[in-house]
Design a protein around this ligand. Structure first.
Ligand SMILES: [Zn+2]
Length: 483
């Protein structure tokens, strides 16, 4: 029986406001002493009252508008009740039946098709984050957990999609684009590893013929784009196997175990009624008037889709390149800066997408912290253009630039790795190689052109790669003819 994959995503983004959602505490908590960014409000002490940070509303509205949502002029806060040590109030202030934004969509481009796919956005709502549990000690004997409330009350926007994804790859492409959008909006830094962009997924498999939806499992704890794809693929395969063997899929929450590459059952999936949602009595309904919505709409910056089109038009580079270069705001900024200094935009994109991204990924460095600045990269490309170094030598120079953060000219000067431009010096080496290899000369004279490649190789070896191979090739040819 043919099976279809149905995936929906729930994405939490941390909104980059200075203060928390309902109090004045700072949101700058990474690396801070635990429990220092707290106050009676975010610790949920009795008698404290929440006051909404207006920036949270503005940032969430920007996000919802960029995702083509309708903004509800009146939306409400609800209490989502559950007990867990990282949630001191024993409820989370969230939104329930009247969220801020509804009925939006985002278009994604799939690599193998010309057509764009429209992914429905069910809702965008705002809620506060919980604290963080840190588990210490040996799990069997002396284990204990510490609680850090610094994250408690950090504002989040939750973006819920329709179950419109037909494959794990589509979900991954959506997430990459969503991250780029929220970065361009300036509402979230999109750092998945640090948890400022978190993704849960609902996965089910259905019979293609009847179309009846299958039972879904919710997958949590995927903290990279790669993990999302791997986890969803594992889950799809697991469910297909169960169904093929005549077994049932259980509705549950499953945890992605990155080290084992499997999803593990955590608990049976809770339903909305388990949370006893009820209206938050300490906060009035949220009002966003039309004027504010229009002001925010007008202030939206250029988003990745528009930037993509501009890149194709202005820089005349292939769509494949543009897709990668606009996949994060900082990468797009890097490319634009470099392009303003260097005319050959395709060569630039080759170096950025090839060497630069490879080194950054290897060292797990973000483009914002790249040891090679756009100016440095361009300086190196100009040295190639002037013939000071060859394209091949440039790779070594690039590696040194990346490791030391030094400029290209400085590295070339310090290591003396310029190309040999002095012809006298070069001919000395060429003559030496010709004299040492009479057999190759004979071979060439008998019509074996390939024999020359060996001689060129020898010259490159003696000069430690500092000669221009095409020049050497021609020079040897001329020399032999004269012999
Ligand atoms: Zn606080």
């Amino acid at each position: 029986m043919k099976k279809e994959v149905v995936i929906g995503l729930e994405v939490h983004i941390q909104l980059m406001t200075n203060a928390k959602m309902f109090c004045h505490c700072s949101t700058d908590y990474i690396g801070k002493e635990p429990n220092t960014n707290t106050c009676p409000v975010c610790l949920g002490l009795p008698g404290s009252l929440p006051v909404l940070n207006k920036k949270v509303l503005e940032f969430a509205t920007r996000t919802a508008l960029a995702l083509n949502c309708k903004i509800n002029q009146i939306s409400k806060f609800h209490r989502k009740n559950y007990f867990y040590p990282d949630l001191p109030k024993a409820y989370q202030i969230s939104q329930y039946d009247l969220p801020l934004g509804v009925n939006g969509y985002m278009e994604i481009s799939l690599p193998e098709s010309e057509e764009k796919r429209k992914i429905g956005i069910t809702r965008v709502h705002i809620e506060e984050d919980a604290g963080k549990l840190i588990h210490e000690g040996d799990i069997n004997s002396s284990s204990y957990s510490l609680i850090d409330y610094n994250r408690c009350g950090i504002p989040l926007a939750e973006i819920v999609t329709e179950p419109d994804f037909c494959s794990p790859e589509e979900a991954r492409i959506f997430l990459v684009k969503l991250r780029s959008i929220v970065q361009h909006l300036g509402v979230c830094d999109g750092n998945m590893e640090e948890g400022s962009l978190r993704c849960d997924a609902n996965v089910s498999v259905r019979d293609a013929k009847s179309g009846a939806l299958g039972t879904k499992a919710e997958i949590k704890n995927m903290n990279s784009f790669k993990a999302v794809k791997k986890a969803l693929q594992f889950e799809v395969n697991r469910q297909k196997k169960l169904l093929n063997e005549g077994e049932k899929v259980i509705q549950e929450t499953r945890h992605w175990d990155e080290s084992e590459n499997i999803t593990i059952s955590m608990r049976s999936k809770e339903e909305a009624h388990d949370y006893r949602y009820f209206p938050e009595p300490d906060l009035l309904p949220l009002q966003v008037d039309l004027k504010m919505i229009e002001e925010i709409r007008k202030s939206l910056p250029e988003l990745p889709e528009a930037r993509k089109e501009r890149f194709i038009k202005d820089y005349q580079i292939p769509e494949y390149d543009v897709e990668i270069l606009t996949s994060s705001k900082a990468l797009g900024d890097y490319y634009e800066k470099a392009s303003s200094l260097y005319a050959n935009t395709k060569i630039l994109s080759n170096w950025i997408m090839g060497e630069l991204i490879r080194y950054l990924n290897e060292k797990k460095i973000e483009i914002e912290d790249s040891p090679i600045s756009p100016d440095n990269l361009v300086e190196m490309l100009k040295l190639i253009d002037k013939g000071v170094i060859s394209g091949k030598m440039a790779k070594g120079v690039f590696e040194k630039m990346f490791k030391t953060g030094k400029g290209a000219s400085q590295i070339v000067k310090e290591s003396g790795i310029t190309q040999i431009t002095d012809k006298g010096e070069l001919f000395e080496v060429i003559d030496k190689v010709i004299n040492e290899n009479p057999k190759s000369i004979d071979d060439f004279n008998e019509g074996k052109e390939k024999a020359l490649n060996y001689l060129v190789g020898q010259v490159m070896r003696y000069t430690k790669g500092r000669a221009k191979p095409d020049f050497v090739f021609e020079a040897i040819k001329q020399r032999i003819k004269k012999i």
